[in-house]
Design a protein around this ligand. Structure first.
Ligand code: BMA
Length: 331
């Protein structure tokens, strides 16, 4: 039990958890049950990865990126009692949309943000190129689609879980239509979740593991030290891109201000299920559960664009790591 709570939020006593293995020197350690979701979790799926999870009722629910065997991307609902074993619906989520021009065209890389009693789903939607789709649900039965947040091309749209300075806030990563070879994180504000503006630069690429592009990962976790943002960073190699995970602390009142950012990664593709799959060498975090009582974190990430994996960390260790391995470059 920690003396002072670092995480500003509710306790989550049933958070999935495994103690750090004896002798492990890493700040983030993997579940011994990885990968927790196989590529064929539903009968039609080629792969299940880059997915979002939240506590719901006395268990957990999620929105899963399931690419089918025709290699079309769709979002599927799933439920779990323990956050580790999942039942995913065979049929994709259907959204209620008033305007067919922004209908869900494809769905990938979802995030779920609990905000003012509604669960907002943001994902990469097809609209003359990728952009950020937004929908909400209160029961994970009926989903209402809102306007796309941005012009194409954009990816990795991540909503903050509360208004900041009276405005809704979203991180995103402007991109292109392909396998974008650039990308910095920006923050945009909105009075109503429809009109987005006041765009602010948050942070950009620097050398090494985060040298080609970076993108926000799970919904930021509010802590006494700032918003804890896990993000993916990409570097190029002679065999293509390599995706790793790092973390930063953003100012609680002006989240485009980076307080601290790590120079070295927290997790990189090293296990077989992260290195072998449809896209080798990818760890891509999309969700994190947090228990304010114990400071435990459970991080869900897609591995090799093929399966879902789980990792654990203690919030104070992560914050200490970010501060001990700082970079001041390209804030
Ligand atoms: C990005 C997205 C992700 C994917 C990653 C690695 O551009 O398409 O869904 O995990 O590439 O292939």
């Amino acid at each position: 039990m920690v003396e002072t709570r670092t995480i500003i939020g509710p306790a989550l006593p049933n958070i999935p958890w495994e103690e750090k293995p004896e002798g492990c020197r890493e700040v983030v350690w993997r579940s011994s049950r990885n990968p927790i979701i196989p590529r064929d979790a539903i009968s039609s799926s080629n792969s299940v990865f880059n997915s979002a999870v939240v506590p719901f009722g006395d268990g957990f629910v999620g929105v899963f990126r399931c690419d089918d065997k025709a290699r079309f991307m769709a979002l599927h609902f799933g439920r779990s009692k323990d956050g580790v074993s999942w039942q995913i619906d065979e049929e994709p989520i259907q959204l209620i949309t008033l305007d067919s021009s922004r209908r869900l065209a494809m769905g990938y890389d979802p995030r779920i943000t609990l905000l003012e009693g509604r669960y907002y789903i943001t994902w990469c939607n097809g609209f003359h190129g990728p952009t950020i789709g937004v929908a909400y649900t209160q029961d994970f039965v009926t989903y209402y689609q809102l306007e796309n947040a941005f012009l194409p091309c954009n990816r990795n749209g991540v909503l903050f879980p509360r208004k900041i300075g009276g405005m809704y806030a979203m991180l995103s990563r402007p991109s292109d239509k392909g396998h974008t070879a650039f990308g910095d994180i920006f923050c945009s504000l909105s009075p109503d979740l429809t009109f987005w503006g006041m765009h602010r630069f948050v942070m950009g690429t620097i050398g090494g593991w985060q040298g080609v592009k970076i993108g926000a990962g799970p919904v930021p976790i509010e802590t006494t030290e700032g918003w804890l943002l896990f993000y993916h960073g990409v570097c190029g190699s002679c065999n293509g891109f390599l995706y790793s995970m790092g973390a930063a602390l953003l100012d609680r009142d002006e989240p485009w201000k980076v307080l601290h950012r790590c120079r070295t990664y927290l997790l990189s593709p090293q296990r077989d299920y992260e290195c072998w799959g449809d896209v080798p060498n990818v760890v891509f975090p999309c969700a994190a559960l947090a228990d304010a009582e114990t400071g435990r974190l459970a991080i869900y990430y897609g591995a090799a664009d093929t399966v879902v994996a789980l990792a654990f960390a203690q919030v104070d260790e992560v914050i200490d790591y970010i501060k001990r391995n700082p970079t001041l470059a390209r804030r």
